[in-house]
Design a binder for this molecule. Structure first.
Ligand SMILES: [Zn+2]
Length: 419
């Protein structure tokens, strides 16, 4: 019996899950595994890998994908309060499924082009976003937002939860797409809504996703109302379920970090978003590492973060801000931050070693990951479940030109009268 493999890369450089370098000819398997090639296996593609660098694909653990509609110069320079009330909420009040389709399609183009095959999303109309990511051939943990305010897709939190109950109970679109319950935050969700969401997570074995302890105002307001910090408060109402995704998790005490560890939560470091919105602080990695909490990296929405979804650039920012904040140049070396941003990935990316940003490669060809993390490179190929989602610098699953044209056109009506 012969086994067919997705591809053979010849004469190439491959970094495995542990960050170890391998040189030679390699097979990419349909299940995401890799092995050394003998040169005679049945493969669908034979690719000259001499100017390519193979690594696991990147992952973005906190996004609002359809907010590509709000990207670029929109609301730049606003305070968080003005940004929400004058820019985001007025435009989101006119949101509809078509805008979400256009925004998340443009987002999928950007994810793939920047080497990212997974997003943990939180945005309205999750069924649309799930379909877009599925059609794009990549992976998503697609969270439908639940809140008691500013919910353009539903009249109230209960109906948002009912929709998620239905999505979570249905046959999955594919193994690549899972739905999640994205309770916005302690300040936009009542205790009743948070408890109901948590019960739904338990009932459907779904993951929770929440913004937590992003700003000092959030902490002060929560403390005034409940006598507790946000993580303490969420713990006290039994909110956490295993794998709860906590975006930002910046302004936390050590006992809260221990609570996150106890509940098996994932904390998502979003340094660009925190700096752009002048939050005055960001996730403190050494404290999380000391407690062994699972920490990932996210760009946040394109409107609030660095205007895009380039998670490799975000990994660079994470390394920079951690070193800067802690006066410690040894924090997050390229190998470690690259593992953080690719942890658990089953997919592969071939980066362009001919990209000028990847030079010099060092006397023993030892600068690949440092060049990649701190300077970037073009994503040439991406493999997901053995399928070539991108090949030779061109995304195969989406019409990138059309997606950007539609984004441009939609933005005209989406913003109309607001700018
Ligand atoms: Zn966010």
């Amino acid at each position: 019996m012969t086994t067919e493999y997705a591809a053979r890369y010849t004469n190439t450089v491959l970094y495995d899950d542990a960050g170890q370098k391998h040189l030679g000819d390699f097979l990419i398997h349909d299940n995401g595994a890799w092995s050394v090639s003998n040169g005679d296996e049945d493969v669908r593609y034979v690719i000259d890998g001499s100017d390519k660098l193979l690594t696991r694909s990147l992952q973005n653990w906190h996004t609002h994908l359809a907010m590509q509609l709000n990207a670029r110069d929109f609301s730049d320079g606003f305070t968080l309060d003005r940004w929400l009330n004058e820019a985001i909420f007025p435009t989101e009040s006119r949101l509809n499924p078509e805008y979400v389709r256009v925004g998340s399609t443009a987002a999928a183009c950007e994810l793939i082009a920047t080497g990212c095959s997974f997003a943990a999303d939180m945005y309205f109309y999750p069924a649309i976003t799930g379909q877009v990511l599925n059609d794009a051939g990549i992976r998503g943990l697609v969270g439908g937002p639940v809140s008691d305010f500013a919910l353009p897709s539903h009249p109230d939190a209960k109906s948002a939860l009912d929709e998620l109950d239905s999505l979570l109970s249905k046959q999955k679109l594919s193994d690549r797409i899972q739905y999640a319950i994205a309770t916005h935050s302690v300040y936009l969700c009542s205790e009743e809504t948070l408890v109901r969401a948590s019960e739904l997570a338990e009932k459907r074995n779904g993951r929770l996703h929440i913004h937590v302890s992003e700003t000092r105002k959030e902490i002060a307001d929560c403390y005034d109302k409940t006598g507790k910090y946000p993580v303490e408060y969420l713990d006290s109402i039994g909110f956490f379920k295993p794998g709860t995704i906590c975006a930002h998790a910046s302004w936390v005490k050590k006992n809260e970090i221990r609570l996150l560890k106890k509940h098996g939560a994932t904390a998502v470091h979003c340094p660009s978003s925190n700096m752009k919105l002048a939050c005055g602080g960001t996730l403190s990695l050494p404290a999380y590492t000391a407690e062994g909490v699972d920490v990932r990296i996210g760009t946040d929405g394109a409107a609030s973060s660095g205007n895009g979804l380039d998670i490799l650039a975000e990994a660079r920012t994470a390394a920079l801000v951690q070193r800067h904040d802690h006066w410690d140049a040894t924090l997050l070396p390229a190998k470690d931050v690259f593992q953080m941003v690719t942890k658990g990935s089953k997919d592969w990316v071939a980066w362009d070693l001919d990209d000028r940003r990847m030079f010099p490669r060092g006397r023993s060809n030892n600068r690949h990951l440092a060049n990649l993390v701190f300077n970037g490179a073009r994503c040439l190929d991406m493999w997901v479940d053995g399928a070539a989602v991108r090949m030779n610098g061109k995304t195969t699953t989406l019409d990138e030109k059309l997606a950007l044209q539609e984004l441009n056109t939609s933005v005209e009506s989406y913003y109309d009268g607001i700018e």
